[in-house]
Design a protein. Structure first.
Length: 276
């Protein structure tokens, strides 16, 4: 089975067997019927994925790879906060009548800041430093901007990336305050693995390790039966990710720049409710 399967199954079993419930507390998320959406959780899960060994995508449950790449490009390339630029339905419940999700995600990455070398937004500063100062220990992004939280329709979950170059290899740490493990865990892992690969390629580096730090790793109460079924599903070897090596500019990557070869997985469709 894939390494991503191993990690995901271990995380889920740990949460189910050793997690803490918030059933006795008032919680913000609700199900569509108005019922409180409670969770069982673990604090401080840290997972490591070596991208030189395999691409970390689940086989026990299908991860919609092209869609997660599309969302990544919406945030990191387009730096958009409008779902009309996305072409997916996943953000509809947090968008206003104009399609805006407020000053969140891509909006924050697109804000320009002043540096000694000039003005850069967060993405362009990362690319500049990777190319010009790879020994820096200051290469990072952070979209949890306290000044703008009141104008965000959803606070960022995956909020910070820290990049580090060692021996020509680009590694990254993804910090996530909250992770709905069933709906979003592998989605985020696959996305930010692609991001590392993109940044490494345009900076003349090799993609190395993604470290995923999750403060609150949780399973929603109505997801538990589905999780128990999925972690027992047949497992397959990880697919191979093919990347268009001709792309030299970060903003020239498209969804079609990436292809999963021999992606075998459990294709069963699940009706998974999403808490709001």
């Amino acid at each position: 089975m894939s390494r991503a399967d191993e990690i995901f199954i271990a995380n889920m079993r740990d949460i189910l067997e050793n997690g803490v419930t918030d059933a006795d507390l008032e919680v913000r998320p609700k199900w569509s019927d108005g019922t409180s959406a409670h969770t069982v959780k673990k604090f401080g899960i840290v997972n490591r994925y070596n991208l030189q060994e395999e691409f970390p995508i689940l086989t026990i449950r299908k991860t919609f790879f092209k869609s997660c790449v599309k969302e990544l490009l919406w945030i990191w390339q387009k730096k958009s906060n409008n779902i009309n630029d996305l072409g997916l339905k996943i953000w509809d419940q947090w968008a206003d009548e104009n399609g805006s999700i407020g000053k969140a995600y891509g909006y924050q990455l697109g804000i320009k800041h002043k540096y000694a070398e000039g003005e850069f937004d967060q993405v362009d500063r990362v690319i500049y430093d990777l190319k010009n100062n790879p020994a820096s220990r200051r290469i990072m992004t952070n979209i949890f901007n306290f000044e703008d939280l009141h104008e965000m329709n959803l606070y960022p979950c995956a909020y910070s990336m820290t990049f580090n170059v060692s021996n020509g290899t680009l590694n990254g740490i993804l910090n996530q305050r909250s992770n709905d493990m069933l709906t979003a865990n592998n989605w985020n892992v696959a996305q930010y693995s692609v991001l590392l690969i993109m940044l490494a390629q345009v900076s003349g580096l090799k993609a190395g390790e993604l470290v995923h730090v999750i403060a609150d790793a949780h399973i929603y109460d109505r997801h538990i039966p589905i999780v128990k079924e999925i972690i027992e599903m047949k497992r397959y070897a990880a697919p191979v990710l093919k990347v268009d090596k001709s792309v030299k500019n970060f903003y020239d990557f498209t969804v079609d720049s990436f292809e999963l070869v021999d992606y075998k997985c459990n294709d069963k469709k699940y009706n998974i409710p999403v808490a709001e």
